[in-house]
Design a protein around this ligand. Structure first.
Ligand code: HSE
Length: 306
């Protein structure tokens, strides 16, 4: 194989109660990337469309992941990369994770699948460190595995695929303001009261059980975040109104996507997800903020060849 074109999905990390530990992939929103082998063994980013990102491979998540994988594999070729971003960085929808995991997947294909899926997650986490300062696995694992994932442990890394109910849909509103993951992490409490911690891990257990049991009501009542949401929602215009509008119109629940500012809502069925879209739209229209709205099935495939 000399070149490859891939789709790398947007992802929702945390899913409210699973800070740094849960995530899922979208089906129809994500970036496109093209990778071409070259003989001079250099790694170059030739094109970036849709976002302002560094072309320096040591500062670009994709370039860095490609470099690391090829050096470790002692590859006898280099790579020319083209990146087509379809949604903005700083959205809370795993933009850097799409670049990192898309690169890990594509380079592995060009190396005749030298690495395991877990190793790809580890390489993609290096890209996350370049882009946002920490080796976080929730977005990249969701992008690579597809569906819902749980990062059961960071050390050693242990990723679990969680079953996804067939009728689960997500609606996302992305206000066009930028919240850097680093800023979203700096506001988090350094200590958490035991009472709150109990609530959070009980909800995470509830969410995982609900997904496994196809129990939509259990999923709905488990999507609660008593740790990050109370401080992070302050960055997001009209967050409480949007959240209320989701449940008022029959959606299951809503929360902050990753570190924000996007807000995700889960629904049973596409029709309900469209109603949620209209409800979110009603809250934001005429408020003078630009925004994008998306409805997607949960993306079961993750990164894929186009
Ligand atoms: N779990 C991360 C956070 C998601 O909430 O900061 C961003 O990668």
């Amino acid at each position: 194989m000399k070149d490859i074109k891939i789709f790398a999905p947007a992802t929702v990390a945390n899913v409210s109660c699973g800070f740094d530990a849960m995530g899922f992939a979208l089906d129809n929103l994500g970036d496109t990337m093209i990778f071409r082998k070259n003989k001079d063994r250099s790694i170059r980013i030739n094109k970036i469309e849709g976002a302002k990102l560094p072309f320096d491979i040591y500062k670009n998540a994709s370039g860095y992941v490609a470099k690391k994988m090829l050096v470790d594999a002692e590859a006898n070729f280099g790579i020319d990369i083209e990146i087509y971003k379809k949604y903005k960085p700083g959205s809370g929808l795993g933009s850097s994770a799409a670049s990192s995991s898309g690169t890990a997947f594509a380079i592995n294909e060009l190396l005749d699948r030298k690495y395991t899926q877990l190793e790809l997650v580890k390489y993609a986490m290096l890209g996350e460190e370049v882009a946002c300062g920490s080796q976080i696995a929730d977005n990249v694992a969701a992008a690579l595995y597809g569906g819902f994932i749980l990062v059961r442990s960071y050390s050693p890394l242990d990723i679990i695929s969680i079953p996804t109910p067939a009728e689960l849909y997500v609606t996302v509103i992305h206000p066009q303001i930028m919240v850097k993951t680093l800023d979203g992490r700096n506001v988090l409490p350094k200590k958490v009261k035991l009472k709150k911690a109990i609530k959070q891990w009980a909800n995470l257990g509830g969410l995982v059980s609900g997904l496994c049991l196809n129990d939509y009501d259990l999923i709905a009542r488990s999507i609660e975040d008593v740790i990050a949401e109370p401080v992070r929602k302050l960055f997001i215009p009209h967050f409480d109104l949007v959240k209320e509008s989701v449940t008022d119109c029959g959606g299951l629940a809503a929360g902050i996507s990753g570190s924000g500012p996007s807000i995700f809502a889960l629904s049973k069925g596409q029709e309900q997800a469209q109603k949620v879209k209209e409800a979110m739209n009603k809250v934001y229209q005429d408020k003078g903020i630009e925004y994008n709205l998306y409805v997607s099935k949960i993306g079961m495939e993750g990164v894929r060849t186009l």
